[in-house]
Design a protein around this ligand. Structure first.
Ligand code: SF4
Length: 502
């Protein structure tokens, strides 16, 4: 059985430091007080379950919440949550380290520290959390003191694309869908006498990537049996972007084949829908708002039936992904009755030529119909996601995007265009495609800004952050180490550029 015993509490007599410590404790206490569904359990094997982004982001993650519940449900295992502090600069000053919400126990006192990683840029958050916890960031440094420092386990959506840059920090990476792997992990933790044997044991099991043994070649992702579906919220809190919303997985995976997407059909064998008979009874009576989560929820054949049951019961609804080609009067009417005021969908490619090229298949008429439905059902805003910088994109494609946006803006009550640079991901047909030069992407954005000024709201990630994401998405251990350097240098773009050598 795993144990470790260090205390990272750093008591200080400095009154400013004491005030900071008290403030962090107050924040945790007040958020806990506002939660419904928090779990408390004493068990021999305790996981510190960390999210490498702040509380409001982590608590919006259905995967994070689901793992929390699963660890509590296993015999003799428990979990407490910790998050990247809202203000990392302040948190790096003398404080009581990174502590869990449930008991205020230092994260480093747990035998296992587990992180859920959704995106490449959260790698810096992993480093910061470990630093704040007083745990050596590198697995190699920890292994020399294996009885002193916790085992660090990583998992989450990032494992579907490229978890290799996370390798230097992790003792073990849980690849893909974790539901079936967790009991195996817990069993191995209980049975193996020391870290070396444990890692050797896990490395032989499917779904576990042990970077110190596998090197930079991870094993394939695991896909959980359908009977584990759906994941659903354990804790409801007003302090998330989806304030107070109960989240439940309406389906997992996707049957479509967009060439840039890690969730395309090849990732998990297509869409696995959850039937209304299974989903609806899991919605608690007190849930006022219900969010249906999945990569392609609008492809669910029984979506209207599920939405109708929810809105007829007087609940608000949210759907995580609206495909424009699936929207019709019935569906949008149900969403409007469920309180929808912003219709969010994606065009992705800047022009029809590019959308066809990457198998996105959304057509102009689908988007125009979405704009009309948005207007006719009294919604306030149409929000459209677009990718620029796809392979082979020309000025003519960007010009077509500007014209399409103006056409949509003439129909929709208001239009907001969220433009992100294309980042090629591993395990997709567009893997290894280069990232367009930042200056060229900025020029295209400047053109769109001029064309759409006053008529369309333009937002999205700055291309420079797309470049960082690209370097990590295509990276190896070296890029992970650059993330560590950057996190300690404040996490700004200049620090990333220095560390990544761009
Ligand atoms: S972008 Fe959406 S529709 Fe396309 S493969 Fe990915 S999840 Fe499916």
């Amino acid at each position: 059985m795993w144990n470790c015993a260090i205390s990272t509490a750093r008591p200080s007599s400095d009154p400013r430091a004491c005030a900071l410590v008290n403030r962090f404790r107050e924040i945790r206490a007040s958020r806990l007080a506002d939660e419904t569904g928090t779990l408390h359990k004493q068990a021999d094997l305790a996981f510190a379950l960390c999210y490498p982004s702040p509380y409001h982001v982590g608590m919006s993650s259905l995967g994070f919440q689901s793992i929390y519940r699963s660890l509590h449900a296993l015999p003799d295992s428990t979990a407490e949550r910790a998050f990247l502090p809202d203000d990392v600069t302040e948190a790096r000053r003398p404080s009581d380290g990174l502590c869990t919400y449930e008991s205020g126990r230092p994260v480093a006192d747990f035998p296992v520290v587990a992180f859920s990683l959704a995106s490449e840029l959260e790698l810096a958050g992993v480093v910061t959390c470990l630093d704040l916890a007083g745990i050596p960031v590198l697995a190699a440094e920890r292994s020399a003191h294996a009885r002193t420092f916790p085992l660090v386990v990583l998992g989450g959506p990032l494992t579907f694309s490229n978890p290799v840059p996370a390798g230097p920090f992790a003792d073990v990476i849980v690849m893909g869908e974790a539901e079936e792997l967790l009991p195996a992990l817990v069993q191995s933790l209980r049975e193996q006498p020391d870290r070396e044997t444990l890692l050797g044991d896990l490395a032989c099991r499917p779904g576990f990537y042990v970077p110190s043994l596998h090197g930079e070649t991870p094993p394939p992702v695991a896909i959980a049996d359908d009977h584990y579906l759906p994941a659903y919220s354990q804790i409801i809190t007003p302090h998330t972007e989806l304030a107070g919303m109960f989240l439940i997985e309406a389906e997992r995976g996707c049957s479509r084949g967009c060439a840039y997407c890690v969730m395309r059909r090849s990732a998990g064998g297509g869409m696995r829908p959850v039937s209304p008979e299974r989903l609806l009874p899991l919605v608690p009576a007190e849930a006022q708002r219900v969010g249906l989560v999945g990569a392609a929820v609008t492809d669910h054949p029984a979506l209207p039936e599920i939405l109708r049951a929810l809105v007829d019961a007087g609940r608000g609804v949210g759907v995580s992904s609206l495909r424009a080609d699936r929207l019709d009067d019935e569906l949008v009417g149900l969403l409007a009755r469920g309180g929808y005021r912003t219709m969010t969908t994606a065009a992705d490619g800047a022009s029809q030529r590019l959308r066809d090229q990457v198998d996105r298949n959304t057509r102009v008429e689908d988007l125009l119909r979405a704009a009309r439905l948005c207007r006719d059902h009294g919604m306030a805003l149409l929000k459209l996601y677009v990718l620029i910088g796809l392979p082979g994109e020309t000025a003519a494609d960007i010009d077509e995007l500007a014209r399409l946006a103006l056409e949509l803006a003439a129909v929709a009550p208001k239009l907001s265009l969220t433009v992100s640079p294309f980042v090629s991901k591993r395990n997709t047909p567009l893997d290894h495609q280069p990232f367009e030069a930042i200056a060229s992407l900025e020029e295209k954005l400047g053109f769109l800004r001029r064309q759409l000024r006053g008529r369309v709201r333009l937002g999205g990630d700055a291309p420079k952050w797309g470049w960082v994401e690209y370097r990590l998405a295509q990276g190896s251990f070296a890029e992970g180490l650059a993330a560590a350097q950057t996190a300690r240098a404040g996490g700004g773009f200049a620090a990333w550029k220095r560390a990544l050598g761009g």
